[in-house]
Design a protein around this ligand. Structure first.
Ligand code: F6P
Length: 346
């Protein structure tokens, strides 16, 4: 049996650890392995698929990015896209696929499985918002980047008595903002799940000054919608979308708009930091490496045992297996409990 491994969507620290785990388990079980290059693009048209050997996956555990490359190519947008994927994989002798990705990549994997091709998934996205799993590969490293940034911004914010607005990734949800903000001691965390008005932000800053706290660290998720900021934001209609219909949120400039509005409304000196792709780069944390390893091995085992349409996930600290459709059914949101917890530290 030959399995294929593919990484799709935005990269995330831990992808290489997952590729290594899936491949090493395959070699242990006497399976052969192919790498699909550049996400779904690698199995469209003429295809781009390479044989992987033990040497190809040696030394990659601590590396960020993905040795296979990635893309946001969407076969569901191509004419007969799923049939093209199946024929390229079949032509290359790939009997089953491990698709490592977030909701976009895994939606395609679910469609592929429904068409009868053997496929399993591995959950990855720094946004951490797939449902049916407590954790997605890449999230822990991204949170670590945010925390380090907040620790650094604290000292300069306090020295200058400034408001620091820190924009972090999070397309639809505020997991990176909430967990990073809590661990990094932000005094206000603004996320899509719990919208706030500019007046509340201004009230919060005045309250802090009244309490003799003369600086502030505000974390805002890039996907937040605040009607008060709308005229300053670059509108969605003016932006190009990718093959999955997403605009580039960093271009919308929520952090910049918020920081300008705060300064205008309070007179407090305000600066903005946009962490951007720093959150996705570099070496994965131990937690991301361990879970990429556990989930990658479990994914290969599913295929090798003749199973399809499934994905190993983390639930209550254990690996469990659910249908791929379950993780893309809805976007997992930050619970009220964490939002309330953050209010203690305003
Ligand atoms: O989907 C994960 C994500 O990291 C989002 O948080 C962010 O909006 C997006 O990717 C950025 O994608 P790109 O790499 O295309 O700029």
């Amino acid at each position: 049996m030959r399995i294929g491994v593919l990484t799709g969507g935005g990269d995330a620290p831990g992808l290489n650890a997952a590729i290594r785990a899936a491949a090493r388990r395959a070699f242990q079980r006497n399976l052969q392995v192919s790498g699909v290059m550049n996400g779904w693009a690698g199995c469209l048209g003429r295809g781009e698929i390479e044989n992987l050997t033990p040497a190809s996956v040696r030394g990659i555990l601590p590396l960020g990015g993905t040795i296979l490359g990635t893309s946001r190519t969407n076969p569901l947008k191509e004419k007969d896209g799923i049939q093209q994927v199946i024929s390229v994989l079949s032509r290359e002798g790939v009997d089953g696929l491990v698709a490592i990705g977030g909701d976009d990549t895994l939606s395609v994997a679910a469609a592929l499985s429904e068409s009868g091709y053997p496929v399993v998934g591995v959950p990855k996205t720094i946004d951490n918002d797939l449902s049916a799993t407590d954790f997605c590969i890449g999230f822990d490293t991204a949170v670590g980047v945010v925390v380090e940034a907040l620790d650094r911004l604290h000292t300069t914010a306090s020295a200058h008595h400034r408001v620091m607005v820190v924009e972090v990734m999070g397309r639809d949800t505020g997991w990176v903002a909430m967990v990073g903000g809590l661990a990094g001691g932000a005094d206000l965390i603004i996320i899509p799940e719990f919208p706030v008005a500019l007046d509340e932000v201004v009230g919060h800053l005045h309250r802090r000054r009244g309490d003799r706290k003369d600086f502030s660290i505000i974390v805002v998720a890039e996907g937040v919608r605040m009607p008060d900021l709308e005229p300053a934001l670059v509108g969605e209609a003016e932006q190009k979308t990718d093959a999955f219909g997403h605009v580039r949120l960093a271009k919308q400039g929520v952090g910049e708009a918020l920081s300008n509005r705060i300064e205008a409304a309070t007179g407090f000196e305000t600066r903005v930091t946009v962490l951007g792709h720093l959150q996705r780069g570099g070496s994965p944390s131990p937690v991301d490496r361990i879970w990429a390893t556990r989930l990658g091995v479990a994914a290969t085992d599913l295929l090798a045992d003749g199973k399809s349409g499934l994905i190993p996930v983390r639930r209550d600290g254990q690996v469990e297996v659910v249908p791929i459709g379950d993780v893309v059914k809805e976007t997992r949101q930050v619970p009220r409990e964490l939002y309330d917890l953050a209010q203690v530290f305003g």
